[in-house]
Design a protein around this ligand. Structure first.
Ligand SMILES: Nc1nc2c(ncn2[C@@H]2O[C@H](COP(=O)(O)OP(=O)(O)OP(=O)(O)O)[C@@H](O)[C@H]2O)c(=O)[nH]1
Ligand SMILES: [Mg+2]
Length: 489
């Protein structure tokens, strides 16, 4: 039997929240779309571009309701939740479109409501009403999701899992200092604040090292250790897993007892509220992943991403070993896993990126034994910062991408000023992604090398009348069709 996750009052509250949401949904249909992904995956850019394209009549041929002209009006409206920060759409768009810089990192939850008036496609419902659908878009860090499995783990299990992972592959190197410190400490000694702090700082340093750019590892709970926000320095963040905890009960007043209590506090003040107030209310979900970054860092980063994705998908689609199904009043019925930033590749590689993403998810689906229905995989670019072209070199035609590298980027020794354009050969993804999933100890023969240059957001094209057009993208319309196209039928 899975341990009970939340108390009875929690369950009752979730049920009540869902009933209230539903009752207001009868008057005014709305869906809650969760947008998540690890930090820098592209959540803010995705939401900004999606909304900009809907508001400004973007090119969305694969989004049926818009293509067939059934959407008559689109507007932003006040969001239903007063306590969640609003997604600052105007600021982000100003950065992207006017200043042509990428929006700032956001790091917390935010929400935006966009409402579409549409005509139903079927004559029958058209006779009764014009449709109106509000989409409440909720942007939240993927790191918070990776915390959900902690709800089923006590301190001992959490410690064991974390230490075992810390001893594998490249993590072994990165965790050395923390584990050395942790092993030198007597957990049965009286609790001491300074020891707790030293341990938690060493543990956090290990997590940061895993996350650092040159490693790009993904599985890093507890999430708030890397983004503490207003919990910085609080007891709920001043703990660390301990190696080799015996099965006996912790003695009162010991360091171990203190750590246990704080771990439980973390679950109570961080994980449960997120689960109850945000996660349990979502209808649809998109998970953004920066697969290219992981590919560039090699098989270890790719397999780590796979592990993180498995944990994430287990939250959405409880299978037979379901630990959330009893709690989630309404189920998330569609999940899209999207590899972002496909504009870094030539279109010939888009399908390969999609296949690789599919491969990442396949294992996850197998491992947690869930049905594939309701899950889809795509390679997209929320904002297309590049154009495609070809160059001739030694009688070969090479596909290249053209864009404006950000000021300060250096390519082949040339430093860019943020205005000059350049063409680069982006590199190829392997036709068969298996090489990235092979045993980590096997010699990796042919690993792809993707040339990821940080390009500036594009200058928007203008229509004949001098009107700025909407943000260019790759397959964003396909993502929309999957995520809410059916609700505009
Ligand atoms: N070329 C390109 N770059 C992108 C795209 N989407 C995101 N990026 C890049 O990825 C960076 C991160 O994107 P964000 O949307 O801020 O990512 P996020 O997930 O909101 O990140 P946090 O707020 O830090 O959690 C941006 O600053 C861009 O450099 C895209 O579609 N194309
Ligand atoms: Mg963001």
């Amino acid at each position: 039997m899975p341990p009970s996750l939340t108390s009875f009052t929690d369950d009752a509250r979730i049920a009540l929240d869902n009933i209230t949401d539903r009752a207001s949904g009868l008057m005014h249909p709305a869906i809650r779309l969760g947008v998540t992904g690890l930090s820098r995956a592209g959540k803010t850019v995705f939401i900004s571009s999606l909304v900009h394209n809907l508001l400004n009549g973007g090119r969305l041929p694969l989004f049926e309701a818009v293509r067939s002209g059934r959407v008559s009006a689109v507007r932003l409206e006040p969001q239903p939740d007063d306590a969640i920060p609003r997604f600052q759409y105007e600021d982000h768009i100003q950065a992207l479109v006017r200043d042509r810089i990428w929006p700032d990192s956001t790091r917390a939850i935010s929400e935006l409501r966009i409402t579409l008036d549409y005509q139903s496609a079927s004559g029958w419902s058209r006779m009764f009403s014009r449709g109106r659908l509000s989409i409440d878009i909720v942007d939240y860090p993927g790191e918070w999701l990776l915390d959900l499995p902690l709800l089923t783990q006590d301190f001992r299990a959490f410690s064991e899992n974390t230490v075992t992972l810390a001893e594998t592959g490249i993590r072994k190197e990165l965790s050395r200092e923390w584990l050395a410190l942790a092993s030198s400490i007597d957990m049965d000694a009286p609790a001491d604040e300074m020891t707790a702090r030293r341990l938690s700082e060493a543990f956090a340093a290990y997590l940061r090292a895993c996350k650092a750019d040159e490693r790009s590892l993904s599985t890093l709970p507890p999430g708030r250790f890397l983004m503490p926000g207003d919990l910085e320095g609080s007891p709920a963040l001043t703990f660390a897993p301990l190696p080799n905890i015996p099965e006996t009960k912790a003695s009162k007043g010991s360091l171990r007892a203190m750590m246990e209590r704080r771990y439980d506090a973390y679950k109570n003040v961080v994980v449960k509220p997120f689960f109850r107030e945000h996660f349990a209310r979502l209808d649809r979900q998109i998970v953004l992943i920066d697969a290219l970054q992981a590919i560039n860092r090699g098989p270890e980063a790719v397999q780590d991403l796979e592990r993180a994705l498995t944990d994430v998908l287990a939250c959405f689609r409880p299978g037979s070993n379901s630990f959330f199904s009893s709690l989630v009043g309404r189920r998330i019925d569609k999940v899209l896993v999207a590899a972002t930033k496909a504009d870094h590749l030539h279109h010939e590689s888009h399908d390969r990126l999609e296949r690789l993403t599919g491969r990442l998810v396949d294992r996850a689906i197998q491992r947690i034994g869930m049905a594939g229905a309701g899950i889809e995989v795509m390679a997209i670019a929320s904002v297309r910062a590049t154009r495609e072209a070809t160059v001739k070199e030694d009688n070969h035609i090479l596909p290249v991408i053209v864009g404006t590298p950000m000021a300060g980027e250096t390519i082949n020794g040339e430093r860019f000023d943020g205005n000059k354009k350049t063409a680069i050969f982006p590199g190829d993804l392997p036709d068969n992604p298996e090489a990235l999933f092979q045993n980590l100890d096997a010699p990796n023969a042919e690993l792809p090398e993707i040339n990821v240059v940080r390009f500036r957001p594009p200058a928007l094209e203008e229509s004949n009348g001098g009107l700025k057009l909407s943000v260019p993208h790759i397959r964003l319309d396909r993502a929309m069709q999957f995520l809410f196209g059916d609700r505009l039928a």
